[in-house]
Design a binder for this molecule. Sequence first.
Ligand code: HEC
Length: 251
Amino acid sequence: MRCFILSLSVLAASALCLLPAWGEAPQKIVEIASVDDLVAEINAKVELLGQQTASAEAFAMTVEKKEVNQAAGVVACMAQAIVEHPDKAKAKFHAADLRDAAVLLRAAKTFDDAKKLFAAVKDAHAGKSAGTAKPDAEWNKLTGLGRMMEEVNSRSATIRRGLRRLQKPEETARDCTTLAILALAMEVDTHEVKDPAQLPLWRELAVKYRTEMTAMAKAVRTKDTAKATEHFTSANDACNKCHEKIRDKDK
Ligand code: HEC
């Protein structure tokens, strides 16, 4: 019996070692994205959030699909990526403050809330915040999995269109990079995995998705359409496999 308990605790201890360090992303950000890319993505999403919260009517249109939550979740992930980036000084704002403001905005239920919380996001983005937020953040709390999937889905469609003629390689590459960063949050947000035996498969597919999208961004930047398409196809295999083997396992 004692031996059994001992082996159980050894097992528990080794399981703990396998847990990702949630204080930082499971891969170094500098290997995936530049601060310029991250800032450009944040600029675009802050502008979108400004439109979504510009009037009660505009906000009402975002409620059903939780679009404010979705955009703010992207800002939170990109901001945390800047926090963990060696070139973070290139960003003209306190990225950790922006991250926290974006996470708060995600929860806005009413227009009044959204307006107030977006004002804080805007101030932080303009560099007007105190710079007091702590650098550590748990990547699985920055965005919601469902909203992230919506973002992944619509942006994949944009990438697919962009890849056809590759007229704006920088934009398409940045779309790929953004998805690779979101895949960091995907890897550690394992709450949808009901069977613990599937945790390694979840991680493998999230890592595969991130790796392929990172490689695709590079291929797009060098205008190597054939190689970019190869990586895109392989990345999309990860989507399908994860939905089939994990998400829809018991359906
Ligand atoms: C590692 C696993 C995994 C990968 C990779 C993955 N998904 Fe998902 N996806 C899920 C899970 C789990 C859900 C259910 C999430 C929920 O309901 O909160 C989901 C839900 C979705 C949804 C429905 C969103 C909603 O509103 O609930 C869409 C659309 C989607 N995924 C598209 C994609 C696309 C496109 C890709 C690849 C480009 C992808 N997914 C990659 C696991 C994955």
